[in-house]
Design a protein around this ligand. Sequence first.
Ligand code: AMP
Ligand code: MN
Ligand code: MN
Ligand code: MN
Length: 279
Amino acid sequence: MNVLNADLHCHSTASDGTLQPREVVRRAHANGVDLLALTDHDELLGLPEAAGAAAELGLRFVPGVEISVSWLDQTLHVVGLGIDPSNEALIAGLAQVRGGRDGRAERIAVELERIGIRGALAGALRYAGNPSLVSRAHFARYLVEIGISKNVHDVFLHYLARGKPGYVEHVWATLEEAMGWIKGAGGLAVIAHPGRYRLSQAEMDILFDRFRDLGGDAIEVSCGAHDGGQVLAFARLARKFGLMASRASDFHGPEDSPIDLGRAPPLPPDLTPVWTHLT
Ligand code: AMP
Ligand code: MN
Ligand code: MN
Ligand code: MN
């Protein structure tokens, strides 16, 4: 690739990735990534280690975060890039979002117990590198371990996705809160993997309109979750709303991710890459 190999969304053991922050950075470097953002769910804990490892390797590093948001009846993820990790409102806001995860994990375990799966909270916690950040991905790994499903994908299909027995409704941050925290910390805001949301075209338009009004900067056009058609469809939406484009693997670990670090498809050449606005 003769353009910058940017990967602006991935996870470490500070949330639900399986590699430690320094291991994520080393793998990105080995894969030829030129610019990397670590964006753990609702958590900044991995950033100092990742930044240190990147400095040792001479890899350009961007501090990031992926914030869980409730909008209409959906969960959306908003990535903040180039945020100041010492910003107090951001730190307090993320602590509030993480706080909600504890009770939710207990409720997930209760629902799983109803269908005969015991010990799921303790099991999930064994997979959580950060006990204050229990994600459905940790439950999924435990359910695979005890033979409930053959892989994480199947667990989500049958147990942890909305409408399935282990799913519980949860209220995350509002879009306004998440945008306020990211913009207040000097970051750029990016709508993560829009192809994963169950929104009609009209709802998607309302979302991007509102996002732009709140100071939103970019859409993840190229990401691990999008097929070729979705890359083109979200490129069209980026043009329509005058938003920049991001490129992201959403890597969670060598066994857990369809796309490795630095391997998301290139952006359509007419779009403005969000990294042109990252200093
Ligand atoms: P949570 O934030 O706790 O609701 O967990 C969401 C996380 O679960 C995502 O960030 C992914 O890591 C994982 N996840 C969600 N859906 C799937 C899926 N269909 N297959 C595999 N992992 C998934
Ligand atoms: Mn995740
Ligand atoms: Mn996400
Ligand atoms: Mn992610």
